[in-house]
Design a protein around this ligand. Structure first.
Ligand SMILES: [Zn+2]
Ligand SMILES: [Zn+2]
Length: 138
């Protein structure tokens, strides 16, 4: 039931899935499905559905994350993490960079809270909006 998540041994991806993943890996900021399609028209992708299908698979594999507040996607920057049940992102409103944060103390704090209520979370995504250190210094 857990998605194995090791970029070292890349799973077999279709051409479209590889293209979409590489587009996200190359990007400095999150990309919407439309942004991805724009970047890949030269590669022969034409329909948004092609992008959405590839994204679904990559999300399943834990290779990309969806940022709900931006309706955009980022490549996972944590090749060593096994599970993505809990992920947190710091999103800069100024320059648009996104930092993926994986901190086990966050996971255990959330587990302690939900454990008391009997709630069983399947997936937790924390999206923090604000200013990154570079933009704060500017
Ligand atoms: Zn990740
Ligand atoms: Zn910034």
């Amino acid at each position: 039931m857990n998605t194995i998540h090791h970029h070292a041994e890349k799973p077999d991806l279709t051409r479209n899935q590889s293209l979409v993943f590489e587009a996200l890996e190359d990007a400095d900021t999150p990309l919407t499905a439309y942004n991805i399609l724009e970047r890949l028209t030269g590669e022969g992708l034409r329909a948004p559905l092609q992008v959405y299908r590839a994204l679904d698979k990559l999300l399943d594999l834990g290779m990309v994350h969806r940022l709900e507040s931006l309706n955009a996607f980022v490549a996972c920057r944590h090749p060593d993490c096994d599970t993505h049940a809990t992920v947190a992102f710091a999103i800069c409103d100024e320059c648009g960079t996104v930092a993926e944060i994986s901190d086990t103390s966050l996971v255990s704090a959330l587990e302690a809270i939900t454990g008391r209520t009997g709630f069983a979370p399947r997936k937790t995504t924390v999206e923090m909006r604000g200013l990154c250190s570079a933009c704060r210094a500017a």
